[in-house]
Design a protein around this ligand. Sequence first.
Ligand code: 5GP
Length: 114
Amino acid sequence: MADKTLFQRIESGEIPSDIIYEDEHCFAFRDINPQAPTHVLVVPRKPIATLNDLVDEDAALVGQLFLAAKQIAADEGLDDGYRTVFNCGEKAGQTVFHIHLHLLGGRRLGWPPG
Ligand code: 5GP
């Protein structure tokens, strides 16, 4: 069996985290190094390494991540806007190879991103 990803170790509680949302498809917790007042990672229970590893059967799962992000944004009171980001690959800043949707809000966010 493949080694667990960092985020699977968070999911199991092996690594402590602040899990704020869970459903059958995904779970979400606060980023350890927040880049905004609200910075949450929404992670599928299925350990897909990068967006490039998605297959057709994952289409609904990706939609579930965005629905979860929408719910969390409402719960966090991000009524005036927020951003969702997937980093794909090392050059885009991906450091954990288990896909995750960043949810950022609580401050004005610049564009273009760095
Ligand atoms: P990436 O750089 O892959 O797009 O995002 C990975 C994110 O995971 C980073 O924002 C990083 O701060 C966060 N992260 C890395 N290790 C941990 C951890 O042990 N706990 C939590 N809560 N976040 C982590």
